[in-house]
Design a protein around this ligand. Structure first.
Ligand SMILES: CC(=O)SCCNC(=O)CCNC(=O)[C@H](O)C(C)(C)COP(=O)(O)OP(=O)(O)OC[C@H]1O[C@@H](n2cnc3c(N)ncnc32)[C@H](O)[C@@H]1OP(=O)(O)O
Ligand SMILES: CC(C)C(=O)C(=O)O
Length: 517
Protein backbone atom coordinates (compact mmCIF):
# COMPACT_ATOMS: atom_id res chain seq x y z
CA UNK A 1 0.00 0.00 0.00
CA UNK A 2 1.49 3.34 -0.91
CA UNK A 3 0.44 6.71 0.41
CA UNK A 4 1.27 10.07 1.77
CA UNK A 5 3.95 9.65 4.45
CA UNK A 6 1.99 11.88 6.82
CA UNK A 7 -0.55 9.07 6.82
CA UNK A 8 1.90 6.35 7.71
CA UNK A 9 1.16 4.66 11.05
CA UNK A 10 4.06 3.11 12.93
CA UNK A 11 3.23 -0.16 14.59
CA UNK A 12 4.81 -0.54 18.02
CA UNK A 13 4.33 -4.11 19.19
CA UNK A 14 4.41 -4.72 22.92
CA UNK A 15 3.44 -8.41 22.97
CA UNK A 16 6.75 -9.24 24.66
CA UNK A 17 6.39 -6.55 27.33
CA UNK A 18 2.77 -5.55 28.05
CA UNK A 19 1.56 -8.83 26.50
CA UNK A 20 3.75 -10.78 28.87
CA UNK A 21 2.19 -8.85 31.76
CA UNK A 22 -1.00 -10.89 31.20
CA UNK A 23 -1.21 -13.10 34.27
CA UNK A 24 0.06 -16.54 33.25
CA UNK A 25 1.60 -15.47 29.95
CA UNK A 26 5.30 -15.74 30.79
CA UNK A 27 7.44 -16.72 27.84
CA UNK A 28 10.86 -18.32 27.72
CA UNK A 29 13.82 -16.60 26.10
CA UNK A 30 13.68 -18.90 23.07
CA UNK A 31 9.95 -18.25 22.66
CA UNK A 32 10.45 -14.49 22.84
CA UNK A 33 13.15 -14.67 20.19
CA UNK A 34 10.88 -16.72 17.90
CA UNK A 35 8.09 -14.18 18.31
CA UNK A 36 10.47 -11.27 17.70
CA UNK A 37 11.66 -12.91 14.48
CA UNK A 38 8.13 -13.17 13.15
CA UNK A 39 7.36 -9.60 14.24
CA UNK A 40 10.41 -8.49 12.29
CA UNK A 41 9.33 -10.56 9.27
CA UNK A 42 5.95 -8.86 9.35
CA UNK A 43 7.69 -5.44 9.33
CA UNK A 44 6.71 -4.23 12.76
CA UNK A 45 8.36 -0.81 13.21
CA UNK A 46 9.20 -1.08 16.91
CA UNK A 47 9.38 -4.22 19.06
CA UNK A 48 9.16 -3.59 22.79
CA UNK A 49 11.19 -6.60 23.88
CA UNK A 50 10.79 -6.22 27.64
CA UNK A 51 11.44 -4.18 30.75
CA UNK A 52 15.18 -4.65 31.20
CA UNK A 53 15.36 -3.89 34.91
CA UNK A 54 12.47 -6.19 35.80
CA UNK A 55 14.61 -9.32 36.02
CA UNK A 56 17.75 -10.90 34.65
CA UNK A 57 15.54 -12.92 32.32
CA UNK A 58 13.97 -9.75 30.92
CA UNK A 59 17.40 -8.16 30.55
CA UNK A 60 18.69 -11.19 28.67
CA UNK A 61 15.63 -11.28 26.41
CA UNK A 62 15.99 -7.60 25.50
CA UNK A 63 19.76 -8.06 24.91
CA UNK A 64 19.37 -11.15 22.73
CA UNK A 65 16.52 -9.69 20.70
CA UNK A 66 18.48 -6.44 20.31
CA UNK A 67 21.46 -8.36 18.98
CA UNK A 68 19.41 -10.43 16.58
CA UNK A 69 16.75 -8.15 15.11
CA UNK A 70 17.99 -5.93 12.29
CA UNK A 71 14.94 -4.57 10.54
CA UNK A 72 12.83 -3.34 13.45
CA UNK A 73 13.73 -0.93 16.23
CA UNK A 74 14.12 -2.80 19.54
CA UNK A 75 12.90 -1.05 22.65
CA UNK A 76 13.00 -1.53 26.42
CA UNK A 77 10.70 0.00 29.00
CA UNK A 78 12.17 1.98 31.93
CA UNK A 79 10.67 3.87 34.83
CA UNK A 80 11.66 7.49 35.45
CA UNK A 81 14.74 6.23 37.25
CA UNK A 82 18.39 6.36 36.31
CA UNK A 83 18.99 2.71 37.15
CA UNK A 84 16.09 1.59 34.91
CA UNK A 85 17.30 3.72 32.02
CA UNK A 86 20.89 2.55 32.35
CA UNK A 87 19.77 -1.07 32.45
CA UNK A 88 17.66 -0.54 29.33
CA UNK A 89 20.55 1.16 27.52
CA UNK A 90 22.88 -1.66 28.52
CA UNK A 91 20.47 -4.32 27.24
CA UNK A 92 20.01 -2.48 23.95
CA UNK A 93 23.66 -1.71 23.29
CA UNK A 94 24.12 -4.19 20.44
CA UNK A 95 20.93 -3.25 18.60
CA UNK A 96 21.11 -1.85 15.09
CA UNK A 97 18.23 0.46 15.93
CA UNK A 98 17.07 0.96 19.51
CA UNK A 99 14.75 3.01 21.68
CA UNK A 100 14.39 3.67 25.39
CA UNK A 101 10.77 3.98 26.45
CA UNK A 102 10.48 5.77 29.76
CA UNK A 103 7.26 6.59 31.56
CA UNK A 104 5.69 8.08 34.64
CA UNK A 105 2.09 8.51 35.68
CA UNK A 106 0.46 11.93 35.31
CA UNK A 107 -3.04 11.40 36.73
CA UNK A 108 -3.82 12.93 40.13
CA UNK A 109 -4.69 9.52 41.56
CA UNK A 110 -1.50 7.82 40.44
CA UNK A 111 0.72 10.72 41.44
CA UNK A 112 -0.83 11.06 44.89
CA UNK A 113 -1.45 7.43 45.84
CA UNK A 114 1.04 5.36 43.91
CA UNK A 115 4.02 7.59 43.31
CA UNK A 116 3.35 9.78 46.34
CA UNK A 117 4.84 12.67 44.43
CA UNK A 118 3.75 16.25 43.97
CA UNK A 119 2.96 17.18 40.35
CA UNK A 120 5.98 19.51 40.32
CA UNK A 121 8.20 16.57 41.32
CA UNK A 122 6.72 14.51 38.52
CA UNK A 123 7.58 17.27 36.03
CA UNK A 124 11.15 17.28 37.36
CA UNK A 125 11.31 13.49 37.09
CA UNK A 126 10.16 13.70 33.48
CA UNK A 127 12.84 16.24 32.65
CA UNK A 128 15.54 14.27 34.46
CA UNK A 129 14.61 10.85 33.09
CA UNK A 130 14.10 11.87 29.47
CA UNK A 131 17.32 13.93 29.49
CA UNK A 132 19.22 11.00 30.93
CA UNK A 133 17.69 8.59 28.41
CA UNK A 134 18.69 10.97 25.62
CA UNK A 135 22.23 11.03 26.93
CA UNK A 136 22.27 7.23 26.47
CA UNK A 137 20.28 6.91 23.23
CA UNK A 138 19.13 8.94 20.25
CA UNK A 139 15.60 7.57 20.17
CA UNK A 140 13.55 8.17 23.33
CA UNK A 141 9.84 7.66 23.85
CA UNK A 142 8.05 9.07 26.84
CA UNK A 143 4.67 7.87 28.13
CA UNK A 144 2.23 9.65 30.40
CA UNK A 145 0.85 6.67 32.27
CA UNK A 146 -2.90 7.04 32.93
CA UNK A 147 -3.03 9.96 30.50
CA UNK A 148 -6.78 9.60 30.00
CA UNK A 149 -7.46 10.30 33.68
CA UNK A 150 -4.95 13.16 33.85
CA UNK A 151 -5.83 16.85 34.06
CA UNK A 152 -5.39 18.24 30.59
CA UNK A 153 -3.38 21.31 31.64
CA UNK A 154 -0.93 19.20 33.62
CA UNK A 155 -0.74 16.58 30.88
CA UNK A 156 0.15 19.28 28.32
CA UNK A 157 2.89 20.64 30.59
CA UNK A 158 4.25 17.12 31.11
CA UNK A 159 4.29 16.45 27.35
CA UNK A 160 5.97 19.78 26.65
CA UNK A 161 8.64 18.97 29.28
CA UNK A 162 9.30 15.54 27.78
CA UNK A 163 9.69 16.94 24.26
CA UNK A 164 11.98 19.71 25.51
CA UNK A 165 14.12 17.09 27.23
CA UNK A 166 14.48 15.20 23.95
CA UNK A 167 11.61 12.70 23.60
CA UNK A 168 10.75 12.18 19.95
CA UNK A 169 7.74 9.96 20.58
CA UNK A 170 5.00 10.90 23.04
CA UNK A 171 2.62 8.18 24.11
CA UNK A 172 -0.75 8.98 25.71
CA UNK A 173 -1.87 5.68 27.22
CA UNK A 174 -5.39 4.81 28.18
CA UNK A 175 -3.80 2.71 30.91
CA UNK A 176 -7.02 1.45 32.45
CA UNK A 177 -9.15 1.28 29.30
CA UNK A 178 -11.42 4.06 30.56
CA UNK A 179 -11.75 6.37 27.57
CA UNK A 180 -14.40 6.38 24.87
CA UNK A 181 -13.36 6.87 21.24
CA UNK A 182 -14.69 10.45 21.06
CA UNK A 183 -12.91 11.39 24.28
CA UNK A 184 -9.67 9.77 23.22
CA UNK A 185 -9.65 11.44 19.81
CA UNK A 186 -10.27 14.79 21.54
CA UNK A 187 -7.49 14.16 24.06
CA UNK A 188 -4.87 13.43 21.41
CA UNK A 189 -5.99 16.35 19.25
CA UNK A 190 -6.04 18.76 22.20
CA UNK A 191 -2.56 17.81 23.39
CA UNK A 192 -1.14 18.17 19.88
CA UNK A 193 -2.85 21.55 19.43
CA UNK A 194 -1.94 22.95 22.82
CA UNK A 195 1.64 21.78 23.33
CA UNK A 196 3.83 24.37 21.60
CA UNK A 197 6.58 21.95 20.54
CA UNK A 198 4.27 19.04 19.61
CA UNK A 199 5.47 19.13 16.00
CA UNK A 200 8.84 17.76 17.20
CA UNK A 201 7.33 14.46 18.26
CA UNK A 202 5.27 11.62 16.91
CA UNK A 203 2.21 10.97 19.07
CA UNK A 204 1.28 7.45 20.02
CA UNK A 205 -1.71 5.52 21.33
CA UNK A 206 -1.55 2.71 23.89
CA UNK A 207 -5.08 1.57 24.69
CA UNK A 208 -6.22 -1.10 27.08
CA UNK A 209 -9.35 -3.11 26.53
CA UNK A 210 -11.16 -3.00 29.87
CA UNK A 211 -14.36 -1.81 28.17
CA UNK A 212 -13.67 -3.58 24.88
CA UNK A 213 -12.76 -0.25 23.25
CA UNK A 214 -9.00 -0.63 22.77
CA UNK A 215 -9.03 -0.93 18.98
CA UNK A 216 -11.73 1.71 18.51
CA UNK A 217 -9.84 4.09 20.80
CA UNK A 218 -6.54 3.48 18.99
CA UNK A 219 -8.12 4.32 15.64
CA UNK A 220 -9.80 7.36 17.20
CA UNK A 221 -6.39 8.43 18.50
CA UNK A 222 -5.06 8.26 14.97
CA UNK A 223 -7.95 10.43 13.81
CA UNK A 224 -6.87 12.87 16.53
CA UNK A 225 -3.33 13.02 15.11
CA UNK A 226 -1.42 10.03 16.54
CA UNK A 227 0.89 8.30 14.09
CA UNK A 228 2.08 5.38 16.19
CA UNK A 229 -0.12 2.66 17.64
CA UNK A 230 1.01 0.42 20.49
CA UNK A 231 -0.61 -2.98 20.37
CA UNK A 232 -0.16 -6.70 20.90
CA UNK A 233 -0.79 -9.88 18.97
CA UNK A 234 -4.19 -11.39 19.84
CA UNK A 235 -4.73 -8.35 22.07
CA UNK A 236 -2.99 -9.96 25.03
CA UNK A 237 -1.84 -7.75 27.87
CA UNK A 238 -2.49 -6.52 31.37
CA UNK A 239 -6.05 -7.38 32.60
CA UNK A 240 -8.41 -7.38 29.58
CA UNK A 241 -5.46 -6.81 27.28
CA UNK A 242 -4.30 -4.24 24.75
CA UNK A 243 -5.46 -3.21 21.33
CA UNK A 244 -5.06 -6.21 19.02
CA UNK A 245 -2.55 -5.54 16.28
CA UNK A 246 -4.28 -7.77 13.74
CA UNK A 247 -7.56 -5.90 14.20
CA UNK A 248 -5.96 -2.47 13.85
CA UNK A 249 -3.94 -3.38 10.80
CA UNK A 250 -6.81 -5.11 9.02
CA UNK A 251 -9.28 -2.35 9.92
CA UNK A 252 -6.95 0.25 8.41
CA UNK A 253 -6.42 -1.89 5.33
CA UNK A 254 -10.02 -2.92 4.80
CA UNK A 255 -11.57 0.49 5.47
CA UNK A 256 -8.97 2.60 3.72
CA UNK A 257 -11.91 4.34 2.07
CA UNK A 258 -12.80 6.05 5.36
CA UNK A 259 -9.46 5.87 7.21
CA UNK A 260 -6.70 7.19 4.95
CA UNK A 261 -3.85 5.85 7.10
CA UNK A 262 -1.66 2.87 6.36
CA UNK A 263 0.88 0.64 8.07
CA UNK A 264 3.83 -1.30 6.67
CA UNK A 265 2.66 -4.57 8.15
CA UNK A 266 2.91 -7.73 6.07
CA UNK A 267 -0.58 -8.92 6.84
CA UNK A 268 -0.09 -12.43 5.43
CA UNK A 269 1.99 -13.22 8.54
CA UNK A 270 -0.94 -12.49 10.86
CA UNK A 271 -2.22 -16.05 11.29
CA UNK A 272 1.29 -17.41 11.82
CA UNK A 273 2.12 -14.95 14.60
CA UNK A 274 -1.32 -15.30 16.18
CA UNK A 275 -0.92 -19.07 16.43
CA UNK A 276 2.62 -18.76 17.69
CA UNK A 277 1.65 -16.33 20.46
CA UNK A 278 -1.33 -18.47 21.39
CA UNK A 279 0.79 -21.63 21.58
CA UNK A 280 3.58 -19.98 23.52
CA UNK A 281 1.34 -18.29 26.09
CA UNK A 282 -1.23 -21.07 26.27
CA UNK A 283 -3.93 -18.41 25.74
CA UNK A 284 -6.42 -19.88 23.32
CA UNK A 285 -7.87 -17.44 20.80
CA UNK A 286 -11.63 -17.37 21.15
CA UNK A 287 -13.41 -18.84 18.11
CA UNK A 288 -15.27 -15.64 17.27
CA UNK A 289 -12.24 -13.35 17.71
CA UNK A 290 -11.99 -10.86 14.83
CA UNK A 291 -9.41 -11.68 12.14
CA UNK A 292 -7.70 -14.64 13.84
CA UNK A 293 -10.52 -16.61 15.51
CA UNK A 294 -11.27 -20.07 14.12
CA UNK A 295 -14.65 -18.81 12.91
CA UNK A 296 -13.44 -15.51 11.41
CA UNK A 297 -13.47 -16.99 7.91
CA UNK A 298 -15.79 -19.93 8.54
CA UNK A 299 -19.40 -20.25 7.44
CA UNK A 300 -21.89 -22.84 8.62
CA UNK A 301 -25.30 -21.58 7.57
CA UNK A 302 -26.57 -22.83 4.24
CA UNK A 303 -27.53 -19.38 2.95
CA UNK A 304 -24.10 -17.94 3.78
CA UNK A 305 -22.32 -20.98 2.37
CA UNK A 306 -24.29 -20.71 -0.85
CA UNK A 307 -23.40 -17.00 -1.06
CA UNK A 308 -19.71 -17.59 -0.38
CA UNK A 309 -19.56 -20.36 -2.97
CA UNK A 310 -21.05 -17.98 -5.54
CA UNK A 311 -18.87 -15.04 -4.49
CA UNK A 312 -16.96 -14.84 -1.20
CA UNK A 313 -17.53 -11.09 -0.99
CA UNK A 314 -21.15 -11.75 -0.10
CA UNK A 315 -20.07 -12.59 3.44
CA UNK A 316 -16.36 -11.76 3.64
CA UNK A 317 -15.03 -8.20 3.82
CA UNK A 318 -11.41 -9.30 3.52
CA UNK A 319 -9.83 -12.35 1.97
CA UNK A 320 -8.53 -15.18 4.14
CA UNK A 321 -5.35 -15.08 2.04
CA UNK A 322 -4.72 -11.48 3.16
CA UNK A 323 -4.19 -12.69 6.74
CA UNK A 324 -2.28 -15.81 5.76
CA UNK A 325 -5.07 -18.37 5.65
CA UNK A 326 -5.35 -20.62 2.62
CA UNK A 327 -9.06 -20.18 2.20
CA UNK A 328 -12.25 -19.67 4.10
CA UNK A 329 -13.84 -22.78 5.47
CA UNK A 330 -17.35 -23.96 5.04
CA UNK A 331 -18.09 -25.63 8.34
CA UNK A 332 -20.47 -28.49 7.83
CA UNK A 333 -23.28 -28.71 10.33
CA UNK A 334 -27.02 -28.82 10.74
CA UNK A 335 -27.37 -25.33 9.24
CA UNK A 336 -25.63 -26.26 5.98
CA UNK A 337 -27.52 -26.54 2.73
CA UNK A 338 -27.25 -28.68 -0.40
CA UNK A 339 -24.85 -26.32 -2.24
CA UNK A 340 -22.27 -26.52 0.52
CA UNK A 341 -22.78 -30.26 0.99
CA UNK A 342 -22.25 -30.85 -2.72
CA UNK A 343 -19.12 -28.67 -2.63
CA UNK A 344 -17.78 -30.63 0.35
CA UNK A 345 -18.43 -33.94 -1.43
CA UNK A 346 -16.53 -32.70 -4.49
CA UNK A 347 -13.65 -31.61 -2.24
CA UNK A 348 -13.62 -35.07 -0.66
CA UNK A 349 -13.57 -36.68 -4.09
CA UNK A 350 -17.13 -38.03 -4.30
CA UNK A 351 -19.42 -37.92 -7.27
CA UNK A 352 -22.84 -39.17 -6.29
CA UNK A 353 -25.92 -39.78 -8.34
CA UNK A 354 -29.02 -37.82 -7.50
CA UNK A 355 -30.66 -40.42 -5.26
CA UNK A 356 -27.50 -41.21 -3.35
CA UNK A 357 -26.84 -37.48 -2.92
CA UNK A 358 -30.34 -36.85 -1.53
CA UNK A 359 -30.07 -39.80 0.84
CA UNK A 360 -26.60 -38.75 2.02
CA UNK A 361 -27.85 -35.20 2.54
CA UNK A 362 -30.80 -36.47 4.57
CA UNK A 363 -28.50 -38.56 6.76
CA UNK A 364 -26.05 -35.65 7.04
CA UNK A 365 -28.82 -33.37 8.34
CA UNK A 366 -29.88 -36.04 10.83
CA UNK A 367 -26.29 -36.37 11.98
CA UNK A 368 -26.06 -32.59 12.31
CA UNK A 369 -29.03 -32.59 14.66
CA UNK A 370 -27.32 -35.10 16.90
CA UNK A 371 -23.68 -34.12 16.66
CA UNK A 372 -22.13 -30.76 17.55
CA UNK A 373 -19.33 -30.76 15.01
CA UNK A 374 -19.29 -32.63 11.75
CA UNK A 375 -15.80 -33.37 10.51
CA UNK A 376 -14.75 -34.40 7.02
CA UNK A 377 -14.19 -37.90 8.42
CA UNK A 378 -17.84 -38.05 9.50
CA UNK A 379 -18.97 -37.22 6.00
CA UNK A 380 -16.59 -39.75 4.47
CA UNK A 381 -17.87 -42.44 6.84
CA UNK A 382 -21.47 -41.51 6.16
CA UNK A 383 -21.09 -41.44 2.37
CA UNK A 384 -19.02 -44.63 2.25
CA UNK A 385 -21.64 -46.32 4.37
CA UNK A 386 -24.43 -45.04 2.15
CA UNK A 387 -22.67 -45.92 -1.10
CA UNK A 388 -21.82 -49.37 0.23
CA UNK A 389 -25.35 -50.14 1.41
CA UNK A 390 -27.76 -48.29 -0.89
CA UNK A 391 -27.95 -51.12 -3.45
CA UNK A 392 -28.17 -53.86 -0.83
CA UNK A 393 -31.08 -56.25 -0.68
CA UNK A 394 -31.04 -56.14 3.11
CA UNK A 395 -31.03 -52.78 4.90
CA UNK A 396 -31.29 -51.68 8.51
CA UNK A 397 -34.48 -49.68 8.99
CA UNK A 398 -34.42 -49.22 12.75
CA UNK A 399 -32.80 -50.62 15.81
CA UNK A 400 -33.29 -50.01 19.46
CA UNK A 401 -31.46 -51.87 22.16
CA UNK A 402 -31.59 -51.98 25.90
CA UNK A 403 -28.75 -53.27 28.00
CA UNK A 404 -27.64 -53.25 31.59
CA UNK A 405 -24.44 -54.10 33.43
CA UNK A 406 -25.88 -57.15 35.12
CA UNK A 407 -28.34 -58.72 32.75
CA UNK A 408 -29.20 -59.66 29.20
CA UNK A 409 -29.60 -57.14 26.43
CA UNK A 410 -32.64 -56.92 24.25
CA UNK A 411 -32.82 -55.67 20.68
CA UNK A 412 -35.83 -54.52 18.67
CA UNK A 413 -34.74 -54.62 15.06
CA UNK A 414 -36.46 -53.91 11.75
CA UNK A 415 -34.73 -54.83 8.49
CA UNK A 416 -35.93 -54.21 4.96
CA UNK A 417 -35.39 -57.35 2.92
CA UNK A 418 -36.10 -57.06 -0.80
CA UNK A 419 -38.38 -54.13 -0.05
CA UNK A 420 -40.31 -55.88 2.73
CA UNK A 421 -39.96 -54.79 6.35
CA UNK A 422 -39.40 -57.52 8.93
CA UNK A 423 -39.16 -56.93 12.70
CA UNK A 424 -38.00 -59.15 15.55
CA UNK A 425 -37.19 -58.81 19.22
CA UNK A 426 -34.19 -60.84 20.33
CA UNK A 427 -31.89 -61.21 23.30
CA UNK A 428 -28.15 -61.43 23.70
CA UNK A 429 -25.33 -61.18 26.20
CA UNK A 430 -24.88 -57.52 25.20
CA UNK A 431 -26.54 -55.07 22.81
CA UNK A 432 -24.30 -55.97 19.86
CA UNK A 433 -24.88 -59.67 20.42
CA UNK A 434 -28.64 -59.06 20.65
CA UNK A 435 -28.58 -57.03 17.42
CA UNK A 436 -26.56 -59.67 15.56
CA UNK A 437 -28.96 -62.38 16.81
CA UNK A 438 -31.84 -60.34 15.39
CA UNK A 439 -30.19 -60.15 11.97
CA UNK A 440 -29.43 -63.87 11.98
CA UNK A 441 -33.00 -64.66 12.92
CA UNK A 442 -34.35 -62.53 10.08
CA UNK A 443 -31.96 -63.79 7.40
CA UNK A 444 -32.31 -67.41 8.52
CA UNK A 445 -28.70 -68.49 8.59
CA UNK A 446 -25.81 -68.24 11.02
CA UNK A 447 -22.46 -67.24 9.52
CA UNK A 448 -19.34 -67.50 11.65
CA UNK A 449 -18.19 -64.14 13.04
CA UNK A 450 -14.43 -63.97 12.47
CA UNK A 451 -13.77 -60.34 13.30
CA UNK A 452 -15.60 -57.49 14.96
CA UNK A 453 -13.78 -54.18 15.17
CA UNK A 454 -14.90 -50.71 16.23
CA UNK A 455 -13.15 -47.37 16.04
CA UNK A 456 -14.25 -43.78 16.56
CA UNK A 457 -14.10 -41.73 13.35
CA UNK A 458 -13.40 -38.45 15.16
CA UNK A 459 -12.84 -37.29 18.71
CA UNK A 460 -15.51 -36.69 21.34
CA UNK A 461 -18.19 -38.88 22.83
CA UNK A 462 -20.55 -37.90 20.01
CA UNK A 463 -18.11 -39.24 17.41
CA UNK A 464 -19.34 -41.66 14.78
CA UNK A 465 -18.30 -45.27 15.26
CA UNK A 466 -16.99 -47.16 12.27
CA UNK A 467 -17.38 -50.92 12.54
CA UNK A 468 -15.93 -53.76 10.54
CA UNK A 469 -17.42 -57.23 10.65
CA UNK A 470 -15.86 -60.30 8.97
CA UNK A 471 -18.17 -63.25 8.36
CA UNK A 472 -17.36 -66.72 7.10
CA UNK A 473 -19.74 -69.32 5.83
CA UNK A 474 -19.09 -72.40 3.71
CA UNK A 475 -15.54 -71.27 2.88
CA UNK A 476 -16.74 -67.82 1.80
CA UNK A 477 -15.29 -64.87 3.73
CA UNK A 478 -16.56 -61.28 3.47
CA UNK A 479 -15.99 -57.98 5.26
CA UNK A 480 -18.73 -55.46 5.94
CA UNK A 481 -18.45 -51.88 7.18
CA UNK A 482 -20.96 -49.63 8.89
CA UNK A 483 -20.84 -46.16 10.42
CA UNK A 484 -23.18 -44.43 12.81
CA UNK A 485 -22.92 -42.30 15.91
CA UNK A 486 -24.71 -45.11 17.76
CA UNK A 487 -22.09 -47.84 18.05
CA UNK A 488 -24.59 -50.71 18.10
CA UNK A 489 -26.30 -49.37 14.97
CA UNK A 490 -22.89 -49.07 13.30
CA UNK A 491 -22.20 -52.70 14.24
CA UNK A 492 -25.57 -53.83 12.89
CA UNK A 493 -25.02 -51.94 9.65
CA UNK A 494 -21.59 -53.57 9.30
CA UNK A 495 -23.07 -57.01 9.95
CA UNK A 496 -25.86 -56.42 7.44
CA UNK A 497 -23.35 -55.13 4.88
CA UNK A 498 -21.33 -58.34 5.28
CA UNK A 499 -24.49 -60.46 5.08
CA UNK A 500 -25.40 -58.74 1.79
CA UNK A 501 -22.03 -59.66 0.33
CA UNK A 502 -22.35 -63.18 1.65
CA UNK A 503 -25.82 -63.69 0.21
CA UNK A 504 -24.58 -62.45 -3.16
CA UNK A 505 -21.81 -65.02 -3.06
CA UNK A 506 -24.22 -67.73 -1.85
CA UNK A 507 -26.74 -66.95 -4.60
CA UNK A 508 -24.07 -67.44 -7.22
CA UNK A 509 -23.67 -71.05 -6.04
CA UNK A 510 -26.86 -72.17 -4.26
CA UNK A 511 -29.70 -69.63 -3.89
CA UNK A 512 -31.32 -69.77 -0.44
CA UNK A 513 -34.58 -68.31 0.92
CA UNK A 514 -34.02 -64.77 2.22
CA UNK A 515 -36.64 -64.52 4.90
CA UNK A 516 -37.09 -67.04 7.67
CA UNK A 517 -40.54 -68.49 7.57
C1 LIG B 1 1.20 0.57 33.09
C2 LIG B 1 2.29 -0.41 32.99
O1 LIG B 1 2.15 -1.39 32.34
S1 LIG B 1 3.70 -0.03 33.77
C3 LIG B 1 4.71 -1.45 33.64
C4 LIG B 1 4.27 -2.48 34.60
N1 LIG B 1 5.13 -3.62 34.50
C5 LIG B 1 5.72 -4.14 35.57
O2 LIG B 1 5.60 -3.66 36.66
C6 LIG B 1 6.47 -5.40 35.33
C7 LIG B 1 7.89 -5.36 35.84
N2 LIG B 1 7.99 -4.84 37.16
C8 LIG B 1 8.87 -5.32 38.09
O3 LIG B 1 9.57 -6.29 37.86
C9 LIG B 1 9.00 -4.59 39.36
O4 LIG B 1 7.77 -3.93 39.66
C10 LIG B 1 10.15 -3.56 39.29
C11 LIG B 1 11.47 -4.30 39.14
C12 LIG B 1 9.98 -2.61 38.13
C13 LIG B 1 10.18 -2.73 40.56
O5 LIG B 1 10.18 -3.61 41.62
P1 LIG B 1 10.29 -3.06 43.14
O6 LIG B 1 11.49 -2.18 43.24
O7 LIG B 1 10.26 -4.23 44.02
O8 LIG B 1 9.04 -2.10 43.35
P2 LIG B 1 7.50 -2.43 43.29
O9 LIG B 1 7.16 -3.07 42.03
O10 LIG B 1 7.07 -3.14 44.53
O11 LIG B 1 6.88 -0.95 43.35
C14 LIG B 1 7.04 -0.09 42.28
C15 LIG B 1 7.86 1.12 42.70
O12 LIG B 1 8.14 1.87 41.50
C16 LIG B 1 7.56 3.17 41.62
N3 LIG B 1 7.17 3.58 40.30
C17 LIG B 1 6.11 3.16 39.60
N4 LIG B 1 6.13 3.73 38.40
C18 LIG B 1 7.22 4.51 38.34
C19 LIG B 1 7.77 5.30 37.36
N5 LIG B 1 7.21 5.38 36.16
N6 LIG B 1 8.90 5.96 37.61
C20 LIG B 1 9.50 5.89 38.82
N7 LIG B 1 9.01 5.10 39.80
C21 LIG B 1 7.88 4.43 39.56
C22 LIG B 1 6.43 2.98 42.60
O13 LIG B 1 6.01 4.19 43.14
C23 LIG B 1 7.09 2.07 43.60
O14 LIG B 1 8.00 2.85 44.32
P3 LIG B 1 8.28 2.67 45.90
O15 LIG B 1 8.98 1.37 46.02
O16 LIG B 1 9.13 3.82 46.25
O17 LIG B 1 6.95 2.69 46.56
C1 LIG C 1 3.97 2.01 30.38
C2 LIG C 1 2.73 2.37 29.65
C3 LIG C 1 2.99 2.61 28.23
C4 LIG C 1 1.69 1.34 29.79
O1 LIG C 1 1.91 0.17 29.59
C5 LIG C 1 0.34 1.77 30.12
O2 LIG C 1 0.15 2.92 30.49
O3 LIG C 1 -0.58 0.94 30.03
Amino acid sequence: MSGNDANRIRIFDTTLRDGEQSPGASMTLEEKIRIAEVLEAMKVDIIEAGFAIASNGDFEAVSKIAAQIKNSTVCSLARAATADIDRAAEALKSAKSSRIHTFIATSPLHMRVKLQMEPSAVLEAIHRSVSHARSRMGDVEWSAEDATRSEIDFLCRAVETAIKAGASTINLPDTVGYATPAEYERLVRTVIERVPNSDKAIFSTHCHNDLGLAVANSLAGVAGGARQIECTINGIGERAGNAAMEEIVMALRTRHDVMPWHTNIETTEIMRISRLVSTVTGFAVQNNKAIVGANAFAHESGIHQDGVLKNAETYEIMTPESVGLNKSSLVMGKHSGRHAFADKLRELGYELGDNAFQECFRRFKELGDRKKQIYDEDIVALVDDEVATSENRIQVVSLSTHSSSNGRAVSDMTLRVDGEEVSVVTYGSGPVDAAFNAIKQIIGFDPHLQLFQVHAVTQGTDAQAECTVRLEEGGRTVNGQGAHEDTVTAAARAYVSAVNKLTLKRQKTAPQPMVAS
